[in-house]
Design a binder for this molecule. Structure first.
Ligand code: FVH
Length: 293
């Protein structure tokens, strides 16, 4: 019987905040040689005890591995940290949240400095990192070849989803999903505000709310189909005219309950504008076109 040892790809990780530290622990647990650097060195101590090599500078950390992963606060901090590093020949993977334009500019600057580049948008919170089945994943975009080369290593902290060669697409998918999430949180905040002064336990509303949001979520597939076909009346169940007719009830209920309509009203205003364009038989999909400038 023969035994073969598969060498794990060495990783350099810049940034040991909540997310960076979780990723570092996952790579160490999976047996990857890991070099870390953080602006505040104390945050590296626990990882050093678990086997990470701690570099004295970002430049030293970058020099240690061909694969360099960056997970810092924002785009400006990435600029600062990479300023003094030699990126020539490196495979740079930036998981810092950024805008699509920032990601594209970062890819271009990496190319100018001789590095290959992959951008990432993390769809997970730190407790989901390194936990198979937790549902966390990372959008990647940029060099497909680079993604394929490091797919196994990048799959250690969380799942992976490659969304295109345009370096800005990971950030765009990330921000699109998170924007929808904030819309959902806004709706939930309004719902809780409505019952706030009543003898209703928020804990009894929560499961009803969660189940209702889950039941309504598949509506996005119909929205996508209508955007594709251009026919916003396709498969309509509750048309815009009917829904706009119902909006005063929501606004009056908010008033009766002493709740500001400031989260709800902007969406209702868009629905009314679309109705005024003669789109009463449509779904809510026309709102998308009103938003695009
Ligand atoms: N944590 C989360 O729930 C979300 C989940 C989705 C993805 N985000 C993004 O991940 C990036 C890192 O987030 P994080 O949770 O690790 O953030 P912090 O715990 O606040 O750590 C920030 C790290 O960045 C370092 N840092 C900040 N500014 C600078 C700078 N000017 N120069 C060098 N390093 C800097 C900071 O260092 P220190 O404060 O420990 O010295 C931390 O290492 C982020 O893009 C999220 O949007 C997380």
């Amino acid at each position: 019987m023969t035994h073969t040892t598969v060498e794990k790809t060495p990783v350099t990780l810049l940034g040991l905040g909540a997310m960076g530290s979780a990723m570092a622990r996952a790579w160490l647990a999976a047996g990857h040689p890991l070099t870390v650097w953080n602006r505040t060195p104390a945050r590296a101590a626990a990882l050093a005890a678990q086997g990470a090599r701690v570099a004295d500078s970002a430049a030293e950390a970058v020099a240690a591995s061909a694969l360099v992963v960056v997970c810092l606060l924002d785009d400006a901090s990435v600029d600062e940290v990479l300023a003094g590093a030699d990126l020539a020949g490196k495979d740079l993977v930036n998981l810092t949240t950024s805008t699509p334009a920032e990601a594209r500019a970062r890819a271009e600057r990496a190319r100018e400095r001789g590095a290959r580049y992959l951008d990432g948008g993390i769809m997970a919170v730190p407790p989901m990192i390194g936990v198979p089945g937790a549902g966390g994943y990372v959008f990647y975009s940029g060099s497909r070849e680079l993604f394929e080369r490091h797919r196994d290593t990048l799959s250690v902290p969380a799942g992976t989803a490659y969304v295109g060669v345009d370096a800005g697409f990971a950030a765009l998918h990330d921000v699109a999903l998170l924007s929808a999430m904030y819309g959902m949180f806004a709706g939930a905040a309004h719902a809780f505000a409505l019952i706030r002064k009543e003898d209703i336990d928020p804990g009894s509303l929560a499961p009803l709310l969660a189940d209702w949001l889950v039941a309504m979520a598949p509506a996005v597939h119909q929205t996508a189909a209508q955007l594709r076909s251009g026919d916003y009346t396709e498969g309509v169940v509750s048309n815009l005219a009917m829904q706009v007719a119902g909006t005063p009830t929501f606004l009056h209920t908010a008033e009766e309950q002493g709740v500001s309509p400031e989260l709800l009203r902007p969406y209702f205003d868009l629905m009314r504008r679309r109705l005024a364009e003669g789109s009463g038989a449509e779904d809510l999909t026309g709102v998308v076109d009103l938003l695009v400038r």
